[in-house]
Design a protein around this ligand. Structure first.
Ligand SMILES: Cc1ncc(COP(=O)(O)O)c(C=O)c1O
Length: 379
């Protein structure tokens, strides 16, 4: 995608832009892994449940993975009976389970209690599984670690035989943004020895998400692992990436709306904020800025437009002196940004654009004042 062309031609900012070419390239990597290994690929729509994207992805994947009733409804509307829908969540509710069990082809229960309370309440013929906690931690930050002490995500191993007798599959998810398969190899080894159940009695295993397949050059360790699981236990192996499909395909384009000096630093206020990418604040991440140049002569602190003092993106260096009206582009923000976006202080959500394979840009979503007032109950 020609980013200069993009910023020059966008009618207004802030804008969330998705690049179709990058999405297609990410999806092709997954298709090739599928062809070489025999695994099934699901798009984990929590990363970005944008209808246009899901329609694009559905021709490349075997289904969607979801975390709630609303995601399940949306997945079903888009994929119909053409693919599978997998769910696992600590948040399965008694009053929603009947509908969820009709929409989803695979349900991985998160706890024994969730399974015992809900499984028998629906006559639907979904495939039953358990989310397990493989007790293999790889994250430095506990907030990202599904295997943290007192984890709420999945059953601890070993599983009881009486429980697994009723199960078709196992699910786990224990890493985030990994760029090699070391963690997966260790996790599978741990499950093989400690799961407590005969894997050959199962029909499937879901390896979760968390790997940036599009940034890994050598997929042979993964392909070997999947083939080995299939050969040893005759399992269907699922993977369910989110960020690997959409992360690097998303950009936030913003405009500088004010510049001033504060305690000797140049501060540039943007027409976006951490509202549009809350993980910047939650995890104190500094998002990638395309205009940043470590040798640039001008240093500036890019800040968001809300009243929150910590609504900051960080300090960047630019080649030209920043001024009001300049456009800047945050890259690699396709996943977990727009889906978590909010309208704190009454600032609108960004417009959403797609740039197609030929480079032409189209707005696919705009929120007006109408949707803000409706959100807050003004009739
Ligand atoms: C159960 C499960 N599956 C898949 C994913 C997708 O992970 P990622 O977007 O890192 O690939 C997540 C992310 O939190 C998850 O919790």
């Amino acid at each position: 995608m020609d980013v200069k062309h993009l910023t020059a031609n966008l009618p207004s900012t802030p804008a969330f832009v998705l690049d179709e070419q990058t999405l297609l390239s990410n999806l092709s990597v997954l298709k090739s892994i599928k062809q070489q290994s025999g695994c099934e690929v699901l798009y984990s729509i929590k990363a970005l449940p944008l209808s246009w994207l899901m329609h694009l992805a559905k021709d490349f994947v075997d289904g969607f993975s979801v975390s709630s009733l609303f995601e399940a409804r949306m997945a079903k509307e888009i994929i119909g009976d053409e693919g599978s829908i997998h769910i696992t969540t600590p948040g399965l509710r008694d009053d929603e389970f009947m509908e969820i069990s009709q929409l989803c082809s695979h349900i991985s229960f998160n706890s024994i209690s969730q399974y015992q309370r809900l499984a028998h309440t629906s006559p639907s013929s979904y495939s039953q599984g358990l989310r397990i906690n493989p007790q293999c931690s790889f994250a430095d930050d506990l907030r990202y670690d599904p295997c943290r002490p007192y984890s709420k995500l999945g059953l601890s191993m070993p599983l009881s035989k009486t429980l697994t007798e009723h199960m078709d599959g196992l699910h786990f998810h224990n890493v985030f943004s990994n760029t090699d398969y070391g963690a997966l190899i260790k996790t599978i080894a741990q499950i093989r020895t400690l799961s407590g159940c005969r894997l050959s009695d199962l029909q499937w295993i879901n390896l979760g998400g968390g790997y940036l397949y599009n940034q890994i050059n050598n997929h042979q360790p993964l392909i070997r692992l999947i083939k080995q699981l299939t050969e040893d236990y005759q399992l269907t192996v699922f993977i369910e990436p989110g960020k690997a499909i959409v992360g690097n395909a998303g950009f936030i384009v913003t405009t500088i709306i004010d510049c001033f000096e504060s305690d000797g630093k140049q501060v540039c206020v943007l027409d976006t904020s951490v509202n549009h990418n809350p993980e910047v604040f939650e995890y104190q991440q500094k998002p990638e800025l395309l205009e940043h140049d470590s040798k640039g002569n001008y240093s500036c602190l890019l800040v968001g437009s809300t009243c929150l003092a910590g609504d900051l993106f960080g300090e960047y260096r630019l080649q030209t002196m920043p001024k009001v009206g300049d456009r800047l582009v945050f890259a690699n923000v396709g996943a977990y940004s727009l889906i978590k976006a909010n309208r704190f202080n009454g600032y609108n959500l960004p417009d959403v654009y797609k740039v197609d394979k030929l480079g032409s840009m189209q707005r696919i979503k705009h929120n007006s004042y109408q949707s803000y007032r409706e959100q807050w109950g003004e009739p």
